[in-house]
Ligand binder design. Structure first.
Ligand SMILES: *Cc1c(COP(=O)(O)O)cnc(C)c1O
Length: 351
């Protein structure tokens, strides 16, 4: 049985959170002399002289409409990376607890674990990049607090089998974090509608990928109200700045544009895959549910250097376990993808 109080760190359980001026007075007033802001204004002609809404009410309201999840089940942070870091700080005791990752996967879980002095137990994906359920079961002990699953997975691009994730959600007594940064490009359904089913579920989304706002730094965690309350207790009071909140709110009106780009990215992904398949230097194209493709080649380093010399940068993943010989290629515009293919055609493998 999952028990949030049982996995919460003692110091967080007892924590009296910082109470900001905006926490202590929430209503409308005409004169604000409570937060030591500059009352004369800001060099920018907006209300940047004021501290931002600590709870991002408007942004959450809009996200709630889009995602179909009540605002009380939403945490908004300075990128998904903030949500990942808070999970460690709230639930994992440095030097005592451990988490499970399933590499090859997103590197931030391990870096964040290391920063927080938390042991990482790695249970490699199978050869077809799926979960090793038995291996995960064996790695779990009483101090295992979190299992991180990225689906669609970075850098492999595939989705993790839903029934396997459900097995873990139903049987693990700690938190199961499903990082769905690439869910908009996937054929698979999000887990966001399952929050009422699984009290140990945390789903991560971001505005950095399909929403085209990597520069704003806005990530979200969706979880039970109790888990979100923990996030809110631990987060810095003003973790999302006013400019990001305003711009996010504006961007979140443009759903049509985003959906057009998603459709275009998916069709370009299929076209690029088939163009790459015709190249002699390509050994294998892994199926992708994301906005990138993992491509196994006969000479990753050679191709990478060749592309750099042509001004095209891809990600060399050939040193990553289970990704030997592979490059991770983000889907570009049709022109960019064509340029990539043209330049790959001019490369010949030194066999
Ligand atoms: C890109 C990416 C993110 C996004 O992180 P942000 O901090 O929100 O920009 C999260 N998870 C994975 C797996 C990613 O690849």
């Amino acid at each position: 049985m999952f028990d949030l109080q049982h996995i919460l760190r003692e110091n967080i359980k007892n924590l009296v959170p910082y109470s900001s001026a905006r926490d202590e007075f929430k209503g409308d007033a005409s004169v604000y002399l409570d937060a030591n802001e500059n009352s004369f204004g800001s060099p920018l002609n907006t209300n940047y002289n004021r501290y931002p809404d600590p709870m991002q009410f408007k942004v959450k309201q809009r996200l709630s409409e889009i995602k179909g999840v009540p605002p009380r089940n939403i945490f908004v942070g300075n990128g998904s990376d903030e949500a990942i870091d808070i999970l460690f700080r709230a639930f994992c005791r440095p030097g005592l607890d451990n988490v499970i990752t399933v590499p090859p996967t997103y590197g931030m879980y391990e870096v964040s674990a290391n920063i927080n002095d938390i042991e990482v137990r790695k249970v490699r994906l199978t050869a077809d990049y799926q979960l090793n359920i038995e291996g995960i079961a064996e790695a779990i002990d009483d101090n295992t607090k979190i299992i991180f699953i990225c689906s669609p997975n970075n850098p492999t691009g595939n989705s993790i089998n839903r029934t396997d994730i459900e097995t873990i959600l139903a049987n693990f007594n700690g938190l199961v974090v499903i990082d769905e940064a690439y869910i908009n490009y996937s054929r698979q359904k999000t887990f966001i509608q399952e929050l009422t089913e699984y009290s140990n579920l945390v789903v991560l989304h971001t505005l950095s990928k399909a929403w085209g706002l990597a520069g704003l730094r806005l990530g979200m965690a969706f979880a039970s109200e109790e888990i979100i309350e923990v996030f809110n207790k631990v987060k810095p009071p003003y973790n999302v700045n006013e400019a990001s909140q305003q711009l996010a709110l504006e961007a979140l009106q443009n759903i049509e544009q985003i959906n057009d780009w998603i459709r275009l990215t998916v069709s370009e992904r299929e076209k690029l895959s088939s163009d790459l398949r015709n190249l002699e230097i390509v050994q294998k194209i892994y199926p992708s549910d994301a906005n990138f493709i993992l491509v196994k080649t006969f000479d990753a380093k050679g191709i990478y250097d060749h592309l750099v010399s042509k001004g095209i940068i891809v990600r060399d993943r050939s040193k990553v376990e289970l990704c030997e010989g592979s490059l991770r290629i983000t889907i570009g515009t049709p022109e960019e993808n064509q340029s990539l293919i043209n330049n790959l055609k001019t490369f010949s493998v030194q066999k």
